[in-house]
Write a protein that binds this ligand. Sequence first.
Ligand code: MG
Ligand code: MG
Length: 260
Amino acid sequence: MRAAGELTAAALAETRRLLAPGATPLELDAAAERVIRDGGGIPNFQLVPGYRHTLCVSVDDDVVHGIPGDRPFRAGDIVSVDGGAELDGWNGDSAFTVVLPDVARPDVVASREELSRVTEQALWVGIAALARASHLNDVGAEIEDFVRGEGAYGILTDYVGHGIGRSMHEEPPVFNYRVDRRGPAVKPGLVVAIEPMIVAGSIDTFTRDDDWTVTTSDGADAAHWEHSVAVHAGGIWVLTAPDGGAAGLAPFGIRPAPIG
Ligand code: MG
Ligand code: MG
């Protein structure tokens, strides 16, 4: 799955490079598709029944599953980009959030950047938990403890992470919060997409009229970060991070182990 993860990372890196005021989600979508197809892959979001795009692009109060459109990004937007590639029958899935600069609204930008920082750090807390966990649901418990300590944030419960492999979405679910079951044992061969979705208000959401875009009911901002992570005999490896997760895991004293 390393190659599928690397191709996913390359596609998202290209969208991140292009993400600026005036650019459009559809332009990012086209660029991501180009990277994936040039790399011999298939945009796996296009394999989801009814979905025609390579990315989901979710702005401001849209949390996830935003359909790329032609409305240009604006200064101050908080933008989450989610994408994945299937390569040689294996899948990658990853997401990131950025806040576009806005000199006119420094307070809005600061609070949105803090939301994204907490969400990204929640992802790394979850990945570090996976490296040490005996059972998968330890991941959600540690994410919840971390987020609760950061302030008045909500952890979405309508959507969770998932196993990933021959299909993008597989069992088991990966919760971003504490549940009353331990979940499956963490052992070599387990590959999961960990993806905290954090909001600056209520966790109530609704789906817009486009039948895809998930939006906060109270209009609060949302952020979303995701990596696909493999547990193997030597340790863990973050498949959709170019460095295998070395930088993100260093503060936890964990060194990712290359596969094979
Ligand atoms: Mg995703
Ligand atoms: Mg996912």
